[in-house]
Design a binder for this molecule. Sequence first.
Ligand code: ADP
Ligand code: MG
Length: 186
Amino acid sequence: KWARFPYQKTLLEFSIEAQNSLSERQLTQLQEINWLEQQYNLILLGPPGVGKTHLAVGLGIEAINKGFQVYFVTMGELIQLLKTEEFAHKSQVQMKRLRASDLVIIDDLMYMAMDQREANLFFQMINHLYEQSSIILTSNKSPDQWGELMGDEGITTAILDHLLHRVKVVHMNGDSYRMKNRQNLF
Ligand code: ADP
Ligand code: MG
């Protein structure tokens, strides 16, 4: 009930044909949510429009249906929440929900570069989550580019150590669904 998805799209609406990088079997495995029970993290990588957010939302809905607490946040919102948590009651409420969730979906990691303080806050949060929750991260940058954007190789390595400890990485490299399905005027 706290998920705050940007849109409600299920896995039934997710067409596997558009995804040459994801097999029917893999999708079924993801859908079974065992990875969540085992506190595995999921990293969905690929260029814009290939269905990263849709897949994350679909899996989030699936997890909610199975009784898990899910929290969806974009990286931009998350950094805002972390920076205002100390003094803004609204942010405290949201962060409390996020920290209590079984699954936290962080959409569009590395959309923007972080400064040192932001990277630190992000690291502390990952540190807190990784023992008790699963995380889905979506990004259009590969993990070897994350260091550059977080501005601190040490923090990035520490974050990756935690995230990659138990992880399933899904490379989504199909054509942009948005482009393929746009309505042509002429
Ligand atoms: P991004 O990878 O940039 O997060 P989205 O997941 O938001 O892309 O997908 C862009 C749009 O295309 C959304 O409306 C989404 O529902 C649709 N879409 C993308 N991939 C698929 C797919 N495999 N099946 C059905 N719809 C898709
Ligand atoms: Mg997206």
